[in-house]
Design a protein around this ligand. Structure first.
Ligand SMILES: Cc1cc2nc3c(=O)[nH]c(=O)nc-3n(C[C@H](O)[C@H](O)[C@H](O)COP(=O)(O)OP(=O)(O)OC[C@H]3O[C@@H](n4cnc5c(N)ncnc54)[C@H](O)[C@@H]3O)c2cc1C
Length: 311
């Protein structure tokens, strides 16, 4: 990121919320359950699957974790009621991981069990490296009981190849295959824990993806990077995978052209659909990753509305 983009990103928290929403609205599916369901219905109509994320990560009280789990249960019921092609993505910190691990497990156990009865899959998102070990441990505990749960691994972490191998070895013992989402990773991690070089992260992504395919794991290939999409397509071809043995995953609002290219190629595609009242922090994070959009916002802050152009 150049200095100008850094300045733009630093100024974002001071931008009026309404303005951020106008430009970043494409990354979120609204604030309410109904708005989100509307987005999912539209995506399903275009042959795109969804994974639904209730925004809001860090909580301070156990009651907030129970409340968030309650909203997820309403989402599960709505998916089943409307027969939507969707599952849910859950962050363990939102379910109390940093407050009380036992509570977090109890909440997740109930949520995954409810989802299992409705035949819906639960994806556990991966957060910053302080949560990695606990997230994997809790996932494995749940996975020994339920088939409908999977985890996310991040290619930028130096430990991930080993984690993937250990998880797959463990699953082998219960005659199961892994179900992963593989992404680069979104948090700022220190160099001893994570690769910093983009080319190396891409290499590691491809290396881990191949390890997963070798073990016949189902992988949600989560990237908007065309070089990585190309590597994934090469491996899909090499391992002669059928269309239902993997899927591509993208974030709502990011690169619709790539999305269409993948759909036109006949690949399964799932969009990450975040919604909820905590949209501001999420949008700011998206904008930080794509400062060209943030630049539009800043430009519009200082440009009279009659000469503004729609992006
Ligand atoms: C479905 C899905 C789920 C994810 N879940 C997790 C998770 O659980 N934990 C985690 O740490 N990370 C998660 N991520 C984020 C991921 O780790 C990356 O940070 C993000 O996808 C950017 O990496 P990239 O592979 O798309 O490639 P990049 O090379 O970083 O991006 C390629 C291009 O896509 C555009 N782009 C990429 N990301 C964004 C964005 N967010 N907003 C606007 N434009 C963008 C940019 O224009 C960029 O040039 C998820 C990503 C996806 C797609």
């Amino acid at each position: 990121m150049n200095i100008f983009d850094k300045l733009v990103v630093l100024s974002l928290p001071f931008a009026p919320k309404a303005l951020v929403k106008k430009f970043a609205g494409r990354y979120i599916a609204g604030e309410t359950l109904e708005e989100m369901l509307d987005t999912v219905r539209q995506l399903n109509g275009q042959g795109i699957m969804a994974t639904i994320d209730l925004l809001g990560e860090f909580i301070h009280q156990p009651s907030e974790a129970r409340q968030a789990a309650g909203v997820y249960k309403s989402i599960l019921e709505a998916i089943a009621r409307e027969r939507l092609d969707a599952n849910i993505s859950v962050k363990l910190t939102q379910m109390g991981l940093l407050l009380d691990k036992t509570l977090c497990y109890e909440i997740m156990d109930e949520l995954v069990s409810t989802a299992a009865k409705l035949r819906i899959f639960v994806r556990i998102d991966m957060e910053d490296s302080a949560c990695t070990t606990d997230t994997i441990a809790l996932y494995m505990k749940l996975r020994r009981q339920y088939d409908n749960v999977g985890i996310v691994l991040q290619a930028y972490l130096r430990r991930t190849l080993q984690d993937a191998r250990l998880i797959m070895k463990d699953l082998d013992k219960i005659q199961s295959k892994g179900n992963f989402r593989l992404c680069k990773g979104i948090y700022v991690e220190p160099r001893p824990l994570a690769w910093k070089d983009h080319a190396l992260i891409n290499k590691n992504f491809t290396f881990i993806l191949e390890e997963m395919f070798k073990q016949q794991a189902y992988v949600g290939i989560a990237t908007h990077n065309e070089a990585l999409v190309w590597e994934a397509l090469r491996l899909i071809d090499q391992y002669r995978l059928k269309k239902d043995e993997y899927e591509f995953q993208m974030l709502l609002g990011v690169d619709p052209e790539l999305r269409n290219l993948l759909l036109d190629g006949g690949h399964r595609l799932r969009l990450y659909v975040p919604f909820g009242k905590d949209w501001f922090a999420y949008c700011t994070r998206r904008l930080k990753e794509n400062p060209s959009i943030a630049r539009h916002i800043l430009k519009n802050l200082f440009t009279p509305s009659h000469i503004q152009r729609t992006p």
